[in-house]
Design a protein around this ligand. Structure first.
Ligand SMILES: Cc1cc2nc3c(=O)[nH]c(=O)nc-3n(C[C@H](O)[C@H](O)[C@H](O)COP(=O)(O)OP(=O)(O)OC[C@H]3O[C@@H](n4cnc5c(N)ncnc54)[C@H](O)[C@@H]3O)c2cc1C
Ligand SMILES: NC(=O)c1ccc[n+]([C@@H]2O[C@H](COP(=O)([O-])OP(=O)(O)OC[C@H]3O[C@@H](n4cnc5c(N)ncnc54)[C@H](O)[C@@H]3O)[C@@H](O)[C@H]2O)c1
Length: 453
């Protein structure tokens, strides 16, 4: 039996930073990781996929070169092994950076192995008992595999295994039309594959307003991606070298199938019952506004608590836990204003409420919409697809939410995100003098166009 002041299970986007802060504050900490330091983001999520998105953007610019007056000699092609290796090396470097950093922290013991609970104060790793009065769970999530007939018998890909591909699929069929499905759809189309997206819901990116979903579908269809929605249940079988997919009465033949139907929290092999920790029906650990579970002294951070599904929300969970524990603050998850981006090209930057959610709240609203074709910078770059939208409370002037689907949208949205965090009303932003020529310079004009709905 080894005793610690704190045990952190999982080295994702909250665990390492919390373990380091606790150790630097003089606590004796064990950080347990069963696979790779950095978790999903570094090894199978944001970092490799955004590296692939950058390769796909380069491919697209080569395909469009003549439109910009650039003459290329002969046909271009994509070296998929090099594309894959580039993503793997970005991951490798980030992981190595974490290894070096964590390895040099006094008071921090890094243990490799699967952790499971024996009771609320005891964790077993590689047969050894570890005890601590405080335990932090940061175990993340994994791809959800639906129970469709025949799926288990075909060599389907997930967002993790597709990162190993070093050849171009002839026809990639993607099941699920949300973040993962759409990002991979566009990158593989740009690499040169035939791509079909199958979404069981009525529209892709269905958490967004319908006008945003429609615009995204338009952008992807214009690049030759076949999008099928409302497909219902699917059936899979092998047909020679092909995979046969029966979707909504139609049969498709794919060389590869990517399953992108959401993620399942890694809480089922932790033996949480032994600690008395409760989960919801989908396996997410139930936490309060300060991330404590129903058991005192046990916290859950990141994707496994179901309160966020992004790297920045997991990292923010670390910030909340650390501030409350070490800095005498009282920070709460409900104070977080959620922003995120969908990294298709052009990207979607989002913050706060959708228009649909704002309307459902019953407040008096102001809404403004402006097409990217009116944005000088977008015209200059010949990237005028998309639009920006802002929703504000008509009585208080409070900005409730915004979306920028367009070139630079993932960055430009931060001006609005910052204003929302500063609790600034839209009136204050109207007279800002932004830099020309940027996408952000349209924000005051967007605000000037606010109309009651
Ligand atoms: C393809 C893809 C692209 C993404 N792109 C983005 C993006 O662009 N932006 C963004 O914000 N988010 C993105 N995400 C989401 C983001 O990666 C996650 O939200 C984030 O990594 C969650 O961090 P976490 O700390 O909760 O868990 P994780 O990063 O998943 O870490 C959990 C860790 O716990 C370990 N673990 C699990 N169980 C145990 C156990 N019993 N014992 C010991 N260790 C255990 C795991 O091995 C893992 O290392 C993407 C995700 C995917 C799949
Ligand atoms: N840019 C980013 O920040 C980014 C990128 C990738 C992933 N992520 C994170 O990863 C998580 C998982 O992403 P995701 O796209 O897999 O999940 P998701 O939950 O966002 O979307 C899953 C999609 O699959 C569809 N679907 C679900 N079950 C289905 C079925 N049986 N058949 C057909 N369609 C089905 C859903 O209707 C939905 O559109 C997200 O929550 C997100 O936070 C973030």
């Amino acid at each position: 039996m080894r005793s610690f002041d704190a045990i952190v299970i999982g080295a994702g986007q909250a665990g390492p930073f919390l373990a380091a802060r606790l150790a630097e504050a003089g606590r004796k900490v064990a950080l347990v990781e069963r696979k790779f330091l950095g978790g999903t983001c570094v090894n199978a999520g944001c970092m490799p996929t955004k590296t692939l998105v950058a390769s796909a953007h380069a491919a697209r610019m080569v395909q469009r070169a003549a439109e910009f007056g650039i003459v290329t000699q002969g046909a271009s092609s994509v070296d998929m092994a090099k594309v894959r290796d580039r993503a793997a090396s970005v991951t490798h470097n980030a992981r190595q950076g974490l290894e070096d950093w964590l390895g040099g922290i006094d008071n921090l013991t890094l243990l490799r192995g699967q952790a499971r609970f024996e009771d609320a104060r005891t964790v077993i790793v590689n047969g050894e008992r570890l005890q601590a009065p405080q335990i932090y769970i940061n175990v993340g999530a994994r791809p959800t595999i639906p129970d469709y007939p025949g799926l288990a018998d075909i060599p389907y890909l997930t967002s993790t295994s597709i990162l190993q591909l070093d050849t171009l699929p002839r026809h990639l069929v993607i099941v699920g039309g949300s973040y993962i499905g759409l990002e991979f759809a566009q990158m593989y189309r740009r690499f040169g594959a035939q791509v079909t997206v199958i979404e069981r819901g009525e529209r892709i990116a269905s958490r967004e307003d319908a006008d945003i979903s429609d615009a995204i579908a338009g952008i992807l269809s214009a690049e030759g991606i076949d999008i099928r929605t409302g497909t219902g249940d699917l059936r899979f079988a092998t047909d020679g070298a092909d995979i046969e997919i029966v979707a909504g009465g139609e049969t498709l033949y794919a060389s590869h199938v990517l399953v992108a139907t959401g993620r399942t929290p890694n809480t089922d092999d932790l033996e949480l019952e032994a600690a008395g920790v409760t989960c919801d029906a989908r396996g997410y650990i139930t936490v309060d506004d300060r991330l404590q579970t129903n058991v005192k002294g046990l916290w859950a951070l990141g994707d496994c608590n179901g309160r966020g599904a992004f790297t920045h929300t997991s990292y923010n969970d670390f910030e909340i836990a650390a501030a409350n524990l070490l800095d005498g603050e009282d920070r709460k998850v409900s104070d977080r204003i959620l922003g995120y981006a969908l990294y298709i090209d052009p990207p979607l930057g989002r913050v706060g409420m959708s228009e649909r959610a704002a309307r459902a709240s019953g407040r008096p609203l102001l809404v403004s919409v402006r097409p990217m074709s009116a944005v000088g910078r977008a015209v200059e770059k010949d990237e005028t697809q998309g639009f920006m939208k802002l929703v504000a409370d008509a009585s208080s002037g409070q900005i409730l939410g915004a979306a920028i689907l367009g070139t630079g949208g993932d960055e430009a949205i931060h001006g609005i995100l910052d204003a929302m965090n500063a609790k600034t009303s839209h009136h204050a932003l109207k007279w800002a003098v932004p830099i020309h020529p940027t996408v952000s310079e349209q924000v005051p004009t967007l605000i000037g166009g606010l109309q009651p709905v």
